[in-house]
Write a protein that binds this ligand. Structure first.
Ligand SMILES: *Cc1c(COP(=O)(O)O)cnc(C)c1O
Ligand code: SF4
Length: 454
């Protein structure tokens, strides 16, 4: 399907040409012209890795966001293209051997499935714990409800993205394994759940990327929320990376204007509409089309908040975060969260020790103005909640991490400081032990009692 070719004229940015969406995946990897200049060995490695982890990249990312003279180090290349180190050496070797032997697709798919199981496809109890039940005790498909105020909705047409991030924590949803998907096409399921839960104030529409959906599909979920039965839903958040991966969605796509008008109607009717924009690098904000998209989106009256994980090979430098936050504040985006890379998928390649993550966060914070200091973190979205590393300090001779919950499975845990023994290597909450010789963290017994029986 071709989009109508047209132009967008911006008083400052000049004329921006429309682009039709063209995307590559693991089966069409060898048709990417830009890869011609790359060694055969690297292309083979990409083929091997992309048979296990999801791969999808569009022409805009290839042509406008990646600096090919800086490959493989370029951060956006690392963000979107598979790298050998993303698999364990043994897993890589097994899959490489299969490819070299000219195995059939069926054999590759079978090994891929097996290898994925070793990559913790559903971290933080996503399938076991966060799926709400209706009054009859049946699982409500397509929803997650972990924190009292906020319900996550996964519309089924939004279970893909304009490109895939190599570190994605939702990667299991993309590899075609139907039973792993958390998705729903049912508007009424979502609406019924919200009507029955008056203590929910926020609906977060997520994916994948819900903005891969046509505006008319999105409208089918959003417009009913304007009825009085949903007055308790104050905020509708839309989690998206389209501002980075496909800014044409807001500017020249056929239904770009319809999308902006839809958001405007929601705002005018009194909803707070928050676009939760996923950013990993200031580079993503640096093209004219990205600027135009941000500006048009802001004109609708929505707020844009940014969040993203700290990742080795992509953004593990304080000056990159400082620049990202400064640029965001300049164009009216509010920095919101800096996440710790989750314990899933290619985490071995991207993880940064918590101690180092905190240093990067602190150094970045120290070099920006107060308006850029709204990003909280480094934050781990773990089973018990979102846990922030507040810092490393020494208390009565013991070096410790100071931690706190930003969100908790029990709201009573939120904002209570607690301490863990310092560990320079630790990369996740489950590797931390309580400080001061204590046996358990204050929340551990209660959390254990919430876990489903094995
Ligand atoms: C982060 C998160 C939310 C939203 O939390 P806020 O602190 O309100 O931004 C909701 N549900 C889940 C599962 C989350 O991880
Ligand atoms: S945009 Fe989000 S859901 Fe999509 S691949 Fe990236 S991290 Fe995953």
């Amino acid at each position: 399907m071709n989009s109508v070719l047209r132009f967008f004229r911006d008083p400052d940015l000049g004329t921006i040409e429309a682009r039709s969406f063209k995307v590559f995946n693991e089966r069409t990897l060898d048709r990417i012209d830009a890869l011609a200049g790359i060694s055969e060995e690297m292309r083979f490695e990409m083929q091997v890795v992309s048979s296990v982890l999801p791969f999808r990249v569009n022409q805009y990312v290839i042509e406008e966001l990646i600096d090919w003279s800086n490959v493989p180090d370029d951060p956006i290349f690392q963000l979107t293209f598979p790298q050998r180190g993303m698999l364990e050496p043994e897993a890589f070797a097994r899959m490489a051997a299969l490819h070299e032997s000219g195995a059939e697709r069926g054999a590759i798919v079978a090994l891929a499935r097996q290898l994925r199981e070793g990559l913790n496809p559903h971290p933080a109890g996503q399938l076991a714990m966060n799926r709400p039940r209706d009054f009859a005790g049946n699982i409500v498909d397509g929803l997650q409800h972990k924190y009292r105020e906020t319900v996550l909705f996964f519309p089924s047409q939004g279970q893909t993205c304009h490109s895939y991030c190599t570190f994605c924590f939702r990667w299991a949803q993309f590899v075609g394994d139907k039973e792993l998907r958390i998705a729903s096409s049912e508007t009424e399921t979502m609406l019924g759940y919200l009507r029955a839960h008056r203590d929910v104030s926020d609906l977060l529409i997520t994916g994948g990327d819900p903005l891969v959906m046509k505006t008319r599909n999105l409208a089918q979920y959003l417009e009913p929320l304007l009825a009085p039965a949903y007055d308790h839903i104050q905020t509708v958040r839309i989690g998206t990376k389209a501002l980075s991966f496909w800014p044409y969605r807001f500017v020249t796509d056929n239904d770009a204007d319809d999308l902006l008008r839809l958001l405007e109607r929601m705002v005018d009717a009194g909803k707070n509409v928050a676009v939760m924009a996923h950013y990993n690098h200031w580079w993503e904000m640096d093209t004219p089309i990205a600027r135009a998209a941000i500006r048009r989106l802001r004109e609708t009256g929505v707020t844009i908040r940014s969040q993203g994980p700290l990742l080795a090979h992509i953004n593990d430098r304080a000056e990159d975060w400082a620049r990202l936050w400064r640029e965001q504040v300049r164009v009216g985006i509010h920095p919101y969260y800096l996440f710790v890379e989750r314990d899933t998928g290619a985490r071995r390649y991207f993880e940064v020790p918590l101690a180092r993550a905190w240093e990067i966060y602190r150094d970045a914070m120290q070099s920006v103005s107060g308006l850029s200091r709204t990003a909280r973190g480094p934050s781990m979205s773990a089973g018990p909640g979102k846990v922030e590393v507040q810092g490393v300090t020494e208390i009565q001779g013991e070096k410790v991490f100071a931690l706190r919950f930003l969100q908790g499975r029990n709201p009573d845990w939120v904002q209570r400081p607690f301490f863990a023994r310092f560990d320079p290597e630790a990369t996740w909450l489950d590797q931390l032990r309580p400080a001061f010789g204590e046996e358990r963290f204050f929340f551990e017994d209660e959390y254990a009692s919430m876990l489903p029986a094995a």
